[in-house]
Design a protein around this ligand. Structure first.
Ligand code: ATP
Ligand code: MG
Length: 378
């Protein structure tokens, strides 16, 4: 697939590049904003490059901001992030996934400008972070961004309470206020009663909850989570994902979440960006990636995914007849997995309604069977 390396575009409402087109353009109303439900962009990346190695800036300029992967390698550089372009809408869970070394952590660090991009712009609430003075940037990070790093460490000599209150202490918040807030978020992550424990007295999953609580203590607007559950065994990991979704339901943060686990990504994501060797191969909803993979790599990546978990009723429903009654209908937005048993419980096709309860189609057993029984590869 041809790579688009165009360097067009300006601020967060600038034109979009080819990659990521599939979702954004499907969802975009003609001429309108390309974000789900037209929510404003909370975070944005425009033509972001991060090349590690000497003289990277000049190298990029010399190649007109469009070097090939071969040219990057030949120059002895590492193309950790190459021409990343996307928006994250307010309240969205944007998952970045890819194999180890594909550039996920580097990309997210560029988004908070913890790492200086070699080229391109990153925006927070429309504010160009490249033009933001360092002091203001530190303030922004302290007050509006919550971060959980990939190999985060709790402070071993501090109790749970003091670990969680620590970011507020750095902000200069008085003791009473910061401890009250810390108790609140400790309860939120399900660790009430453990305030006086030390990290070594907690399980891995509990420590990760403390890490999440600590990143939430400052009431961030944006939450950057770099593989927060990767150290956990599968059962606890699932619990943490549920916990995370429960929290997000209440808090409605804007979230950039890194994982290399596609099952985790489809459980959590509004949209997923798939990275390979520093390049974002595609951005889309889980359903979008599975049904219309933009590259062979994305197709390969999504091959093993349970389609019943990802596909919605809407994507396989058929037209209703005039005689169809909307009684005992299923929702068009529901996933096949959620409604399969119901469809097999009755002889006739099941009516499908939209969010307003209007009849929009029917779901047949045959259609559901086709999803459940994977056809052999041609
Ligand atoms: N400070 C650095 N100096 C040089 N190369 C670096 C640096 N940081 C990262 N890289 C390289 O950039 C590439 C992307 O690294 P990054 O840490 O972003 O990957 P990742 O997708 O987060 O991987 P993982 O899943 O293992 O955490 C890798 O090839 C890595 O070796
Ligand atoms: Mg990483």
């Amino acid at each position: 697939m041809a790579r688009n390396r165009s360097q067009s575009s300006g601020g967060p409402s600038g034109p979009r590049p080819d990659r990521g087109k599939s979702t954004d353009q499907v969802e975009a109303p003609a001429g309108g904003k390309a974000l789900p439900e037209r929510r404003p962009a909370k975070l944005a990346c425009r033509n972001v490059w991060k090349l590690f190695g000497s003289d990277a800036k000049r190298f990029l300029k010399r190649h007109d901001y469009a070097p090939t992967a071969e040219q990057i390698t030949q120059a002895g550089l590492i193309g950790a992030v190459q021409d990343a372009n996307f928006d994250v809408a307010e309240g969205e869970i944007f998952v970045i996934m890819g194999l180890s070394g594909s550039g996920k952590s580097t990309l997210v660090r560029c988004m908070s400008r913890l790492i200086e991009p070699t080229a391109g712009e990153t925006f927070f609430d429309g504010q160009d972070l490249q033009k933001t003075p360092e002091k203001e940037l530190i303030d922004l990070r302290r007050h509006k961004m919550g971060m959980v790093f990939q190999h985060f460490a709790l402070l071993p000599h501090l109790t749970v309470l003091h670990n969680v209150a620590f970011p507020l202490e750095i902000q200069g918040v008085d003791r009473r206020t910061r401890e009250a807030r810390a108790r609140e978020v400790i309860e939120l992550v399900g660790l009430k009663g453990r305030e006086r424990y030390y990290p070594r007295e907690l399980s891995g999953g509990q420590q990760q909850r403390v890490g999440l609580a600590r990143s939430l203590s400052v009431e961030p607007e944006v939450w950057f989570l770099d593989e927060p559950f990767s150290a956990l065994d599968p059962l606890i990991r699932r619990e943490m994902q549920d916990e995370f979704l429960r929290l997000q339901n209440m808090l409605q943060k804007t979230i950039a979440f890194i994982t290399h686990d596609f099952d985790e990504a489809i459980r959590l994501a509004d949209r997923i960006a798939i990275m390979k060797d520093g390049v974002i191969e595609q951005i889309g909803t889980p359903e979008n990636l599975v049904t219309s993979p933009a590259t062979d790599y994305v197709a390969e990546f999504t091959k093993e995914v349970s389609r019943a978990k990802v596909l919605s009723v809407r994507s396989i429903m058929e037209s209703a007849t005039e005689a169809t009654s909307p009684q005992d209908a299923v929702s068009a937005a529901a996933k096949i997995e959620q409604v399969a048993a119901r469809v097999f419980d009755q002889e006739t096709p099941v009516p499908v309604v939209d969010a307003e309860g209007r009849l929009v189609g029917v779901l047949t057993r045959e259609a559901v069977l086709k999803v459940l029984v994977r056809r052999p590869e041609p």
